[in-house]
Write a protein that binds this ligand. Structure first.
Ligand code: MTE
Length: 319
């Protein structure tokens, strides 16, 4: 199968050390480029792109972009406008509250219906699996979106190692539970820990990744350090953050959002502009950094790669 999306292996020598990245930011700040730039982004996308570390410049003129040639959002946008209810429901407050979270040491337990269950340390995952860059659109169910240059590896490569048995039909994911570090987990309104699930064939699809960083930097806490799922053709809430458990199961697993709102957040949750959320339209979206709205694309623009997974399903019912 040929893929339109961009996948670029990242050599560790190419990853900008964070200190160097910061010093480049200081330089840009001194030049008046960083800060305030987001407001101007819609008129002058190249201004936001200039916050990208120099070593990250891609072959596309003007900086990083997805395969539809839409520019990546800035590091600042991606790390300061977040949904992470374990910290707070205030998107602009997550970054600050998440600073106290300590993602080291970290293990991910992969178990259930597999021949070779294994608990991986995060260092194992970073060294065993080739880290590559994937520039994906992220479309939140709330109708905002961003373009994010993730680094990570395919979930398929990890699942192959543990050898799912023939009874395994779904994959269940769980976020860490640490109410002392995650103040939102003290809220009784949500059934913690956050859980999500995929059908096994969705989990094995080459677009599905476990992301360990963005813009060539380790994953920031507010984006789901040290490792999170990214499933770009589904609404953003399927892309569960700070994963500690991956379980292969026979039955469709329950998910946090389907427990909270069974009529609003289904198991599949594929991006579909034709099926409105019960409380708002999904036909258009607000790309962070742009004025106005743009049309939402079927399967978030990945229909060519994934539509076959749902052949024969009524997509207006299996939301
Ligand atoms: N994962 C956990 N554990 N907790 C959350 O609240 N929010 C989801 C998803 N993963 C969430 C989560 C939602 S609604 C979205 S849109 C994306 O994370 C946002 O990812 P970002 O903050 O990296 O843009």
């Amino acid at each position: 199968m040929t893929h339109k999306f961009k996948s670029v292996p990242v050599k560790s020598s190419e990853i900008t050390p964070y200190s160097q990245y910061l010093s480049r930011r200081d330089f840009l700040k001194a030049a008046g480029i960083v800060g305030g730039a987001a407001l101007l982004a819609a008129c002058a996308p190249s201004v936001t792109e200039s916050t990208v570390p120099e070593s990250e410049a891609s072959a596309i003129p003007g900086g990083k972009a997805d395969e539809l040639r839409d520019p990546a959002n800035s590091y600042e946008d991606i790390t300061n406008y977040n949904n992470y209810y374990e910290f707070t429901t205030d998107k602009e407050g997550v970054a600050r509250l998440a600073q106290k979270f300590n993602p080291k040491p970290w293990t991910v337990e992969v178990y259930g219906l597999v021949n070779k269950p294994k608990t991986y340390g995060i260092e194992d995952l970073l060294s065993r699996f080739t880290q590559e860059e994937r520039i994906y659109r992220l479309r939140c169910v709330e109708a905002w979106s961003m373009v994010i240059p993730w680094t990570g590896f395919t979930l398929a490569s990890l699942l192959k190692e543990v050898e799912p048995t023939s009874d395994a039909k779904y994959v269940r994911f769980e976020t860490v539970y640490r109410p002392e570090e995650m103040p939102g987990q003290k809220s009784p309104f949500y059934p913690w820990p956050y859980q999500e699930g995929l059908r096994l064939d969705e989990a094995l699809h080459d677009l599905t990744i476990l992301a360990t960083g963005l813009y060539g930097q380790p994953m920031p806490n507010q984006n789901g350090a040290p490792i999170r799922l990214v499933v770009p053709w589904k609404y953003g809430f399927k892309s569960i953050k700070s994963i500690t458990k991956i379980e292969l199961v026979a039955e469709q697993p329950t998910t946090l959002w389907s427990m909270v709102g069974p009529n609003e957040y289904g198991f599949y949750s594929n991006v579909n502009p034709e099926v409105p959320h019960p409380r708002w339209s999904q036909a258009t979206e607000r790309r962070i950094g742009e004025f106005g709205r743009r049309p939402t694309l079927m399967f978030n623009g990945y229909a060519e790669e994934v539509a076959h997974l749902y052949a024969g399903m009524d997509l207006s019912v299996y939301y």
